[in-house]
Design a protein around this ligand. Structure first.
Ligand code: FES
Length: 125
């Protein structure tokens, strides 16, 4: 079975499914737009990689901090698979991964359509 030609025309392959473990994200550059792609409960979501607060790279959410033993959290933010949110790695603003919204501030970042075909993840910008 081959990938739907419409997907190949309109979307860009960004990774294989196995490249993005559950609860983690990657960053890709699509025509100069930095996009974070997260795996939440086995579903893939794409949004701007830059936090609307001060521009932190969201894809780092969940990474272990250097010198984590000296800080009050071991990781830089993280993905909440129940709430479908990502906490920013810098100051922990919690963003809705599906809408890109930060409810408290009312700020919002862009989201992008995602398709999965033949174990590859595609994003449309
Ligand atoms: S830069 Fe994301 S919460 Fe501050």
């Amino acid at each position: 079975m081959s990938v739907d030609p419409n997907i190949e025309d309109e979307y860009t392959k960004v990774a294989s499914v196995e490249d993005i473990p559950r609860g983690r994200g990657i960053a890709v550059d699509l025509n100069g737009i930095e996009v974070a792609v997260f795996n939440v409960n086995g579903e893939f979501h794409a949004l701007s990689n830059r936090c609307p607060h001060q521009g932190a790279p969201l894809y780092k959410a969940g990474e272990e901090k250097i010198n984590a033993e000296h800080t009050w959290t071991k990781s830089r933010g993280g993905v909440n698979e129940e709430e479908i949110t990502v906490s920013c790695p810098w100051h922990l603003w919690e963003l809705d991964i599906e809408s890109g919204e930060h409810e408290v501030s009312g700020k919002c970042i862009g989201t992008f359509d995602v398709e999965v075909a033949e174990d590859d993840v595609f994003v449309r910008i």
